[in-house]
Structures are given as C-alpha cells and as structure tokens.
Design a protein around this ligand. Sequence first.
Ligand SMILES: Nc1ncnc2c1ncn2[C@@H]1O[C@H](COP(=O)(O)OP(=O)(O)OP(=O)(O)O)[C@@H](O)[C@H]1O
Ligand SMILES: [Mg+2]
Length: 325
Amino acid sequence: MEILKVNNLRTYFNTTHGLIKAVDGVSFNLRRGETLGIVGESGAGKSVTALSVMGLAARLGAGVTDGEVWYAGKNLLENPTLYDSVRGRRISLIPQEAGSALNPVLTVGKQVEEMLRVHLSLTSREARSVISRLLESVELPDPGLTARLYPHQLSGGALQRVLLALALCCEPDIIIADEPASSLDVTLQAQVLMLIRNTKARQGLSMVLIAHDLGVISQNSDRVLVMYGGRVLEAGPTPKVLGGPLHPYTMALLEIYRVMDQGMGEVSLTRAYPPNLYGNNRGCVFADRCQKAADLCWAERPEPQPVGEDRVVACHLVETESSHE
Ligand SMILES: Nc1ncnc2c1ncn2[C@@H]1O[C@H](COP(=O)(O)OP(=O)(O)OP(=O)(O)O)[C@@H](O)[C@H]1O
Ligand SMILES: [Mg+2]
C-alpha cells in the first residue's frame, strides 16, 4: 500500500538566464515499509525533488508550478498549512547539506529538545530522557557528551548520526534521506547506512533514499527511480533495473560505476557534463548524450511508459506496452 504519492511534480527556478526546470514532471509512489532509491548524477534534480515534497522549494528560491503530494488522504501542496504538522513529525528530511541542517550556536541536546518541545510539546525535563535514548539509539558512543557538544565539534560520522536522531525524534512514518553518508569515508558510510537500514526495519519506517552511488542504491533500496535532467527516465524494482537496465542512461550510469569500481578503463559516456536544463524543450532530456538517439528523440519528449510488471521507462527506443497499441 502506498504511504506517499507524488504526481507530476514540477519545480522551476526563474533565473536571469531563463527558466531552469529542475524537476519537470516527476511522479512516484512510496509503499509502506519500503525504501525507494533515487539515483542520478549531480544536477539531476534529486534534492530539489526532496525539498519540493517537503514543501520547502521556496527556501531555495524555486517555485512548485504543478503537481500533487498525497499523504494521509490529503494533497499537501494544495494545503500548505498541513505541512506544519507533517514536516519533521510525520515526514522527516535528512538534508544533503548536513552542516547547514543544524544551528551552529545551539548544542546537539538543545536542538533535539527544541524539536521535541515544538512538535510533541514535551517539557525540558521530559525531553531530557528522550534525548539520551534517541542519541543512544543512533549508536553514538557517548550520548551524554554528544548532547553537550556544538555541531562544529562533531566528526562527520557523529554529525550524520545526530541528523538521523533528529529525523527520528518524533517517530515519523517516512524519512527522506538525501545523500545521508556520501561525505563520509567508505567504512563510516557503510556503518551509517547499516544503522539507517536497521533503524528503518526496527521502526517500520518507509524511506526515500537519495544517492548518486549505484552501490548504495543497490544494497539499500527495494525500488529505484533513475533521474536525469529533472525527469524520471526509468523506475522499477532495484534488482531488475540495475540487473537489466532498459534506458540508455541507466546503462551508461552502470557502465561508469563498473569502470570506476575497477579503477581503470574508458567510459563510453564520453560527453560527461551535467544535463542542460535550459535547452531542448521538445525532445528527450538525454538525447544530446545518448549514443543511440534517433530523430524522434530530438523531436518528441518520451513520457514514462509501463514495461512489464512494476516498471516504467521513458525512451522512444525501448519497446513498451504502449508501443503495441
Ligand atoms: N538555488 C538554486 N538556484 C538556481 N538553480 C538551482 C538552485 N538549486 C538547484 N538548482 C538547479 O536545479 C538542478 C537540480 O539540482 P539538485 O540540487 O536537485 O541536484 P541533485 O540531483 O540533488 O545533485 P547532487 O547529486 O549534486 O546533489 C541543478 O542542476 C540546478 O540547475
Ligand atoms: Mg542533491
């Protein structure tokens, strides 16, 4: 069953150079208890999608121009005041910019206390026992000490654990984790991801996990969206999408991953630059980097179409169910 449903989300930046379509018609469902991965290279629109779902696009200077975010029977984008009771409480975000997520002049303990006071109306005394339990649950070696520290005194690994504790403090249904461990070294990253996996299983959370690393996505998600140029190019169960990619972009991403993993060789996606979000308003967003692009790919934008069970792909060159209609 779906716990969150996002339909046709469009978030644009109006800049002096023109309109940037950072998120351009993104749809997905999050099922109860699952982890939905969102993967794609830098600039694909992953973070803007996360912030738009949280009702925070305006903080970036962007506007959500279209779309629906359904949670508990309500379209949150149509009822912005509902976000006050949902954000941080029912749906929590672990933001990509870990440093900016915390207030530099308040200790960790004070910040958790503030969340508990605002959202759950706990007194300072009531909050204190919850704080130490929370910090313990994210496996911080000395929760008492950590509570007395300021954010700049924390190591990268401890900072990620504190952010997870903050996200968990109101016992939400959904966590959206935006690159939760990508700034950490490989060992710490593995530890933090394992902690997130275990916490999710223990508390029956549903999760959106954003990462640009296919290894992280393959080990930590049930289904995956592959994003590029503000659009979903492919989506489906993670083992199927990564084991048998259909979209040329997913294939290219996997090839890059394999090459990097082996630490040698040439990447065939030679023109490796971020998606151009201003240009090519008609065709496929990936056409200028796609080695298979045909005339139709430049002329007409492919929409995500169903392929088999539980999969979609947005590519003119892939045979989909609608190709037979
Ligand atoms: N504050 C901003 N002003 C203008 N454009 C922005 C701003 N923030 C993001 N964008 C645009 O939105 C696009 C998507 O950005 P987003 O941060 O969602 O990418 P991402 O997929 O999260 O990348 P990364 O992997 O680097 O975190 C960017 O390419 C950029 O063009
Ligand atoms: Mg991002």
